[in-house]
Design a protein around this ligand. Sequence first.
Ligand SMILES: [Zn+2]
Length: 304
Amino acid sequence: MTAVLPQSAGAVPDDDWTAAVAAARAFEARHETIDGFRYPDGIRIAVNFTADFDAMLFRRALDEPPMQKAKGEYGGRVGIWRLIELFDAHGVKATFFTPGRICELYPQALRAAAASGHELADHMWEHLTPKTDALQRDHIRKTADALAQIGGVRPIGTRSYYQQAHLKEAGYLYNSEGRSSRLPYYAADANVENCLLILPFHFSIDDAQFYNFGWFTSEPSAQRLTDPERIMEMWWDAFEQQYETGNGYLNICLHPFVSGRALRTHLLGQLIERMKGKEGVWFPTCAQLARYVLDRFPPQSLKF
Ligand SMILES: [Zn+2]
């Protein structure tokens, strides 16, 4: 017997289709990709190593069991130090997306990161997005103040889901949250205002997707603990494909409580060395890259 493709009950109703096209057009109107994007001479790819230093805060927000929270705490006590030492040993400047509350919990680690020239950026206050405007603005301000006090520099970047109007008001230039393009791009809000630069990352190159037992309160049957060697190969493949085609961009999302385990940190060092073995690989912080893009390729149709 031959396979039969499922039959639809009929065509998509015209009203639905019209709405879908309108949604696509509205999306286009508030997004702008960068024509002719290129890096400084000699650079083929930029690699942003980003680490979401949320420790136990997200586990706490999800009301996970004590063991899960303890796993997060490990990130603040050990993992963060391992990552700082790793990046320093390889001369790579990273961006640590940090909830404001972490400044109270692990100030020494943040001071060390800043002293090594790494960027401290916003990752919400307690890893939650408040529903009201007033509370969003309050959380944005408190986090910026705390990071500025500890790192000596006011943050210009975030990885969050706040209203863009509030982020712009607080002086933010970029959000490393969004996946609408493979290169940095611009995005305005629903009113086609409050444009930010987006430094895209995708969960397919996020360590927690592959290493974390208990990710997003997933069911036991959905648990994944992938061999670290396999993860490094995946990240290498993502790197190599873009290196070969040129004008590549890779934003590798780590978590200190996940990648700060000895075997994973060790292999990460090997991956960085492998990348450094190629000509024309740039390891900027997100802030460095954002300033370069804004300077060289400001948005043409959207108002920044
Ligand atoms: Zn996070």
